[in-house]
Design a protein around this ligand. Structure first.
Ligand code: MG
Length: 440
């Protein structure tokens, strides 16, 4: 039965399944969608701090836990959530089945702890749906097509599981239930006036996720964009409109600046005395890529010193810093390797800045007026990022949010309905991502 009814994929984050009441609340939402006649696949994260606790256990027994075994360990968290939720759904009078990532057909490459999904073989999910079952899939995990080992997808990876399944099943939308109301114009914990955004384009959301917004995992947004799957990000604790992440043609608003994001999770690496000749940068970043280190900002200039040696700086996620320095030391292509873990990054993102000059100048002026020193700058057509001292991040985020008039008040002044965001030149308006990442 129900072979033709709409399929919905609902993902619940760690906070949304933390305690038994939370599991029952999530189960209630899932059953609610089923009662509306939809066929439901739910992807669950590990409960509360489970993933962090599992990581802690690994480091209690080993300084360098084997990546394969780490994945065996970490993948258990999501399985617990799914089994418990299936039980709760049964008690509500519905048929449910929980599946591991592997059972659900999530095939990945073999890079343990940050595997990429290569294929979703959704036959088993489809069969279960046809049997009128609600399907619960353990998020954040898959199985390597080569080694047949269990893999995990990196922190926050359940979002990607959900989007990948939505794409494979041709679902209308991927609903991400979380512990915030949606995507905000800045982290509401830092900025009191941060505004909930009704919709954001994939491109903006990609830049926001890459520059520190934690509401959605970067890879999930990338997958959604590539497959044209709209994401509806909303609270699992209250009713509300949430935020839609859509293609740019579908987002009706086109503000100059949409959001201010920040990150305190990065570190800077500087390699001094790099030889000025062809191929060197290729070797450095090739080796980093091979070791799966994600590099963000890269700064290098033509050397002006007599000996023609350059300094090369780049930023990486803090967790990748040991690997990055190890890789550089092994290459022996520079004189000294310096690291700085005290950096912060503040960014503004907005599709509208693509065609408006003066946005970068305004960002720098605002930071200057607030006596905040800029250490590195990088831009994309719709993003401007500045590396600053970590201690300056809260001040910088607030100053930019205010200067670009992204808050509730600014919008109400322009438009009493609060429905429409006008383009304010050259300041713009708009908002960014909340924050969150349900516990883990
Ligand atoms: Mg999580």
């Amino acid at each position: 039965m129900q072979a033709e009814s709409e399929i919905v994929v609902m993902k619940f984050g760690g906070t949304s399944v933390a305690g038994s009441d939370d599991i029952r609340r999530a189960a209630g939402r899932i059953v609610g969608a089923r009662r509306e006649g939809k066929r439901v696949v739910a992807v669950l994260s590990a409960r509360g701090q489970t993933t962090d606790e599992l990581l802690g256990m690994a480091y209690e027994v080993s300084d360098r836990p084997l990546a394969r075994e780490m994945d065996m360990l970490l993948s258990t968290g999501e399985r617990i959530s799914c089994a418990l939720c299936a039980m709760a759904i049964h008690d509500m009078g519905h048929n449910a089945i929980s599946l591991t990532g592997s059972q659900a057909g999530i095939v990945t490459d073999s890079s343990h702890t940050k595997a990429r999904i290569l294929d979703v073989r959704a036959k088993r999910i489809r069969e279960a749906l046809t049997d009128d079952r609600i399907v619960l899939v353990a998020g954040f995990q898959g199985v390597s097509g080569d080694s047949r080992d269990v893999t995990t997808l990196g922190r926050g990876g359940s979002d990607t599981t959900a989007v990948a399944i939505a794409a494979a099943l041709g679902a209308e939308v991927c609903e991400i239930y979380t512990d915030v109301r949606g995507v905000f114009s800045a982290d509401p914990r830092l900025v009191a006036e941060a505004r909930l955004l009704k919709m954001v384009s994939f491109e903006e959301m990609l830049e926001m996720a890459a520059s520190g917004a934690k509401v959605l995992q970067l890879r999930a947004v990338e997958y959604a964009r590539n497959n044209g799957i709209p994401i509806h990000c909303r609270s699992s604790f209250e009713e509300g409109p949430g935020t839609f992440v859509l293609s740019e043609e579908e987002t009706m608003e086109r503000p100059l600046v949409t959001a201010v994001t920040h990150s305190e999770q990065e570190a800077r690496v500087t390699l001094t005395g790099v030889r000025d000749e062809p191929g060197i940068a290729g070797r450095i970043f090739g080796a980093l890529a091979e070791s799966n280190v994600n590099v963000d900002m890269i700064i290098q200039n033509e050397p002006i010193s007599e000996d023609h040696k350059a300094d090369l700086s780049f930023t990486v996620g803090r967790e990748d810093l040991p690997t990055a320095t190890e890789v550089l030391a092994g290459l022996d292509l520079g004189e000294r390797i310096l690291t700085d873990e005290r950096i912060g990054k503040v960014s503004i993102v907005g599709a509208g800045m693509r065609s408006h000059p003066g946005v970068a100048a305004k960002v720098f002026q605002v930071l200057g007026d607030n006596r905040i020193n800029i250490e590195m700058i990088s831009t994309s057509p719709i993003k401007i990022s500045c590396v600053i001292d970590a201690a300056d991040v809260p001040g910088a985020v607030n100053a930019l949010h205010q200067a670009f008039e992204l808050g509730e008040d600014a919008v109400r002044r322009e438009d009493p309905t609060g429905d429409h965001r006008p383009i304010i030149e050259p300041g713009g308006d708009g908002g960014e991502p909340g924050d969150e990442r349900d516990a883990a």
